[in-house]
Design a protein around this ligand. Structure first.
Ligand code: PEP
Ligand code: MG
Length: 323
């Protein structure tokens, strides 16, 4: 089996009907790049930078971050999407900052909210990412955006940071792309409007499912309700993909759902072209892409979305996986 999948490594990722699909990797540290390269991922679709900040007594300095981001983008030599600090819920900081609370809840001052309220954490990270952008193809991804003002504030801070770097004669890529994670239902519903301000969107289904279905993603007692194929979730995913098409900007999906090969055909049928996942799943997903005919999937995807009970939805999902 391992060998069979190994044969797919050098194949171009295209569906049977010729749709070019991009498979990227999620990483939490540079150590994972070996596997990313082994499976020939097209790049890093999500670098979760919070692991650089967790379990330590002080925040990483700008230079420390710069060295880390530079190392990643030069080692892989392919596009890398760096997500800014996404703290909250299951990911907490050990070091102190002004007005720090004992923990940030999933509905609290987390992710971009924390960064905008604590620019002393945000600015050094943005400077570090921008400086690293001089060494490869980097993009910046903002987690948990939920309204227009947050996007505007982030864009303003990035613009100021670029100006600072420029006047200090420090190199960076002036065209670095800025994207937003769509992981709050409000953001999915407003994706059309968000897409006008951003260069790309990335759907974070782990949180999108949590917030849409009101299920704590780390509470085992409600785990049985955590369903990526819930019609409400699928409708939101479809809304975001359509918003990207309309605005002509790329949409990727980087939640765990992207790495589960039971959902590959479903997502292809919804029109998804960019998948980002843990590299260990990439070849399984690739196998599904290579054997799928997207023109045949659309009808069945509509059936899954419009099913009026879970059993029916599951039936259509298995049909979808059999064509
Ligand atoms: C997500 O929410 O789907 C996601 C990719 O981000 P994280 O799992 O780090 O919250
Ligand atoms: Mg998330």
């Amino acid at each position: 089996r391992e060998k069979e999948l190994g044969n797919l490594i050098r194949r171009k990722t295209k569906t049977l009907d010729g749709e070019r699909i991009h498979l990227l990797a999620n990483i939490e540290s540079a150590k994972e790049l070996r596997e990313v390269k082994r499976v020939n991922a097209e790049g890093v679709g999500l670098y979760r930078t919070e692991y650089l900040f967790m379990n330590r007594a002080t925040a990483p300095t700008e230079n420390e971050q710069f060295r880390d981001y530079k190392k990643i983008v030069t080692q892989i030599d392919r596009p890398v999407v760096i997500r800014t600090l996404d703290i909250g819920g299951d990911k907490q900081l050990a070091f102190n900052y002004p007005n720090k609370r004992s923990s940030e809840s999933p509905l609290g001052l987390r992710a971009v909210r924390l960064c905008l309220n604590h620019v002393e954490l945000f600015r050094p990270q943005l400077r570090a990412i921008l400086r690293a952008s001089a060494f490869g193809k980097l993009s910046i991804l903002i987690p948990m955006v939920s309204n227009f003002d947050e996007i505007n504030q982030v864009l303003t801070i990035i613009k100021q940071t670029k100006r600072e770097l420029k006047s200090a004669n420090i190199a960076f890529d002036p065209r670095v792309k800025i994207g937003g994670m769509i992981e709050v239902p409000a953001a999915a519903i407003m994706a059309d409007i968000f897409a006008q301000k951003l260069d790309f969107l990335s759907i974070g289904t782990n949180d999108l499912i949590q917030y849409t279905l009101a299920i704590d993603r780390v509470d085992d007692a409600v785990n049985y309700l955590y369903d990526p194929t819930h019609p409400a979730v699928l409708q939101l995913i479809r809304t975001v993909i359509r918003a990207g098409e309309k605005a002509n900007i790329p949409v990727s999906l980087c939640g765990e759902m992207a790495g589960n090969d039971r959902y590959t055909r479903l997502l292809l049928g919804l029109g998804l072209k960019n998948f980002s996942m843990d590299a260990t799943y990439l070849l399984n997903v690739k196998e599904q892409v290579l054997s799928a005919d997207t023109s045949k999937l659309r009808y069945l995807v509509g059936k899954v979305i419009n099913a009026d009970n879970t059993t029916e939805a599951r039936e259509f999902l298995s049909k979808l996986n059999a064509v």
